[in-house]
Design a protein around this ligand. Structure first.
Ligand SMILES: [Zn+2]
Length: 396
């Protein structure tokens, strides 16, 4: 209060920081960064007309510590509420702008293209995950304190609402790093978003975005989401909690479940190539290959819902289908981006979902199938077909 009175008494230009719709900071209005403003003010720059007090205010505004910069008092309660929410979210973004230089140092040498490199640095990723979790908790606390102070000032009731509970594991942190690299903190910050239900007359209830791995990973492109999901499934499958290699155990499928599965390329020989080295030994093969000639129809092995139709460098053109029991079937290397199915569509077992191709990391025409369990681990599809009595099998 003392500070804002002081600021209002300065010669700072009068302006209202509009509740901005684009997520940009108030500093955008001047086209100068807060550091530029401060620099300009301290060196007596005249072009901006800024005072040091104004620069300090602008910096406080940018970090969310105040919800409006010098204003003429004409903000309506609703505008003030909206500005308060924006300010609260800016405190979160600013607190989650983590300095990860020491982390970058501790993971040298690190090969971002090799999953094993992530597992070797499990302890570093664990430390980073804990830092992220703590930063989210503390930023959310600051955010709520600021919001409650601003709303009290405006006479708007703040109804109870919990804080986000985030607990990223090292595998999740590593998988997000795999997809987002140095932008990891920004992607976590963008998932830690506060909104509100209600209004100035009824009071507002704060609502936090769900800070789960999946929500965070969804904050970038679709390819980044799937890259993160693939990395997480791989890290869960191949490594123990401490980053050491997990024992390869045969998964036993439920007898009733086995009856719901069929051959995706009837007559095609199924080859057990589980854990064979792939991509120049940078990762293990977590699926089964079935050779077939170009454009052979690929049939869905199960009923299900189409989760994804698209292209990525390693899978090539691929389709993901989620069956009614929570198992995901990934069909890789298709001839073209499938036009046989669309995302969100329901498919029935035996329905054509694509054609055999040789796209992505593939040198011969074949279908690669991966199966991911409801717990998010890759399972050996060869075991599935053997247990289901679906052949023929290729024995070399
Ligand atoms: Zn394969």
């Amino acid at each position: 209060m003392v500070l804002s009175a002081l600021l209002l008494a300065t010669a700072a230009p009068v302006r209202v920081a509009q509740a901005d719709q684009n997520g940009t900071d108030g500093q955008e209005e001047t086209g100068m960064s807060t550091a530029d403003i401060l620099q300009s003010a301290c060196t007596g720059g005249v072009e901006s007309g800024m005072t040091a007090a104004y620069a300090a205010e602008a910096m406080r505004y940018a970090s969310g510590l105040i919800c409006v910069t010098s204003h003429d008092g004409s903000l309506s309660k609703t505008q003030f509420l909206s500005a308060s929410l924006d300010a609260a979210n800016r405190t979160v973004k600013s607190a989650l702008n983590l300095d990860t230089a020491d982390f970058e140092e501790s993971i040298q040498p690190f090969d971002a293209a090799v999953y094993d490199s992530y597992a070797r640095h499990a302890a570093d990723f664990e430390a980073l995950a804990q830092r992220m979790n703590a930063a989210v908790q503390s930023a959310s606390g600051d955010c709520m304190r600021l919001l409650s102070r601003n709303l009290r000032e405006a006479g708007v009731a703040l109804l109870s609402g919990g804080r986000p509970q985030i607990s990223l594991t090292w595998r999740e942190c590593a998988a997000l790093y795999c997809a987002f690299g140095g932008e990891l903190d920004k992607i976590v910050a963008s998932a830690d978003e506060l909104s509100a239900e209600g209004g100035v007359s009824s009071g507002i209830t704060p609502v936090w975005a769900n800070p789960s791995f999946e929500t965070i990973a969804s904050g970038g492109t679709r390819e980044q989401l799937f890259e993160a999901k693939f990395a997480l499934a791989y890290l869960k499958t191949v490594y123990n909690d401490d980053g050491s290699r997990a024992a390869d155990e045969t998964y036993l499928y439920d007898e009733n479940y086995l009856k719901t599965v069929a051959h995706p390329l009837p007559g095609g020989k199924i080859k057990d190539s589980w854990y064979a080295p792939r991509s120049h030994n940078t990762r293990l093969h977590t699926g089964t290959d079935i050779h077939a000639s170009a454009k052979t129809p690929i049939l869905s092995a199960t009923d299900g819902t189409v989760l994804y139709v698209g292209y990525m460098p390693i899978p090539g053109n691929f389709v993901i289908i989620l069956d009614p029991y929570g198992y995901e079937y990934h069909y890789y290397h298709m001839y073209e981006i499938s036009t046989f199915v669309t995302e969100g569509e329901s498919v029935t077992q035996g329905q054509q979902i694509g054609r055999v191709g040789c796209t992505g990391n593939s040198d011969v025409f074949h279908l690669h199938i991966s199966v991911v369990s409801p717990e998010g681990k890759y399972l050996n599809p060869y075991d599935l077909f053997v247990q289901a009595g679906i052949g023929p099998f290729e024995t070399d």
